[in-house]
Design a protein around this ligand. Structure first.
Ligand code: PLP
Length: 399
């Protein structure tokens, strides 16, 4: 903890945030001040099991010594640098991304967030096709900047800001006939999450993704896969790879740099090989510190074999939640460390009860409890989670 924050108690922290932030977030009472591995600590020293990794970001958990050492070294070497200059650490990161990108996807645009990764994809799709329209999925979430918002489905986010600049049609997720009816000669791209995150943790079937690929190719539209949330945590760098589908554009962010802000838009040569200089860009994107953070994250994920681990442990978590046989649970869905527990009632009381049990998890829509744990979890953390879920989902505990 730094000397500038050491003196603040919870009431002071809350008052300052209430006074000076626009009231855009429903706050969760506690102030998080420190993290260590799979645990977070609040301003009163209480410890929480982190089952959310800041909405899927902290894949290596908190204060990882190897990650911290890499960033410290880069801070003492070079922090900032524009993409109009070459950079050694950026070049090495691009080589590492080439090692995980789907086959034939060779152009990588670096930015600073998930929404920025989506904005770039939407612009590149329009530039490559000369077409204006986008087709997206109901329940889909792609961010809240104006372009990404146009693709996001929920009226709660969209309505106050309409009209949105991009014509977007939203069709039922998983319904290839609906998509076939919506994609026409004016469609620049179809954008989809391979596993819908915010919408409630709904994995697309491999057959659906394959059919979407065939349809878009046939109609001259591009396929944008949004892996901002599903990236890195489902047993492979990208969830779409299981289906064998190679998109035209793939967006990721969150877990890529383990908490350092970053966005990445991966594109084929055909889409991004000839973009005119200056048609897109960002001051911060691709800076040496962000590149070093991403490089350290990708290296550690591979060296510690964390992709394999989350496949095994994710299956175990799902099986153990199902074995609780809770009368409150309708369905458990997900892959790797991206898991949704659909409840029969609203999720908020259960999240609150879990927090009281010392576990921080997330909602995904009104009735689904979402788990996005750090990928470093071991059996001990799973035991803690299941104990807490057993308590809050038991019949006795009636909200
Ligand atoms: C699938 C998906 N796309 C895009 C975004 C937007 O990312 P960001 O919040 O970094 O702008 C999110 C964020 O939750 C997301 O889950």
């Amino acid at each position: 903890m730094s000397s500038t924050t050491a003196a603040l108690d919870l009431a002071t922290i809350q008052q300052l945030e209430r006074d000076h932030q626009p009231p855009l977030y429903a706050k969760r009472e506690i102030a998080l001040v420190r993290g260590e591995g799979s645990y977070l600590f609040d301003s009163d020293g209480n410890r929480y099991l982190d089952a959310m990794s800041n909405y899927g970001v902290a894949v290596l958990g908190h204060a990882d010594p190897e990650f911290a050492a890499a960033l410290t070294d880069q801070l003492q070497t070079l922090t900032t640098g524009h993409q109009s200059f070459y950079s050694d650490v950026r070049a090495v990161l691009l080589r590492a991304i080439a090692g995980i990108a789907p086959e034939g996807m060779t152009r990588f645009f670096l930015s600073n967030s998930g929404a920025e990764a989506i904005e770039a994809a939407l612009k590149f799709a329009r530039a490559a096709t000369g077409r204006p329209k986008i087709v997206a999925a109901k329940r889909g979430y792609h961010g809240r900047t104006l372009g990404a918002l146009a693709a996001t489905a929920d009226p709660k986010y969209r309505t106050p800001f309409e009209p949105l600049g991009i014509p977007v049609t939203h069709v039922a997720f998983g319904d290839i006939d609906a998509l076939t009816g919506a994609v026409d000669e004016q469609t620049a791209a179809v954008i989809l999450e391979p596993i819908q995150g915010e919408g409630g943790i709904y994995p697309a079937s491999d057959e659906y993704l394959q059919a979407v690929r065939a349809l878009t190719t046939e109609r001259g539209a591009l396929l944008i896969v949004d892996e901002v949330q599903s990236g890195f945590r489902t047993g492979a760098p990208f969830a779409v790879s299981r289906s064998g589908v190679i998109p035209d554009l793939l967006c990721t962010a969150k877990g890529l740099a383990n908490g350092f802000p970053i966005g990445l838009t991966i594109a084929t040569e055909a889409v991004a090989g000839d973009l005119a200089p200056g048609t897109h860009g960002t001051t911060f994107g691709g800076n040496p510190l962000a590149c070093r953070a991403a490089l350290a994250t990708l290296t550690i994920l591979r060296q510690r074999d964390l992709y394999t681990r989350v496949t095994r442990l994710g299956d175990e978590i799902v099986a153990r939640i199902e074995a609780l046989q809770s009368p409150k649970v309708r369905q458990v869905r997900g892959r790797g460390f991206m898991i949704g527990i659909e409840l029969k009632g609203r999720v908020t009381p259960t999240l609150r009860a879990l927090q009281q049990q010392g576990v921080l998890a997330l909602p995904a829509g009104p009735v689904t409890l979402r788990l996005l744990p750090p990928m470093i979890w071991e059996d001990e953390q799973i035991d803690e989670l299941i104990d807490a879920l057993g308590t809050v989902l038991s019949e006795r505990n009636s909200d």
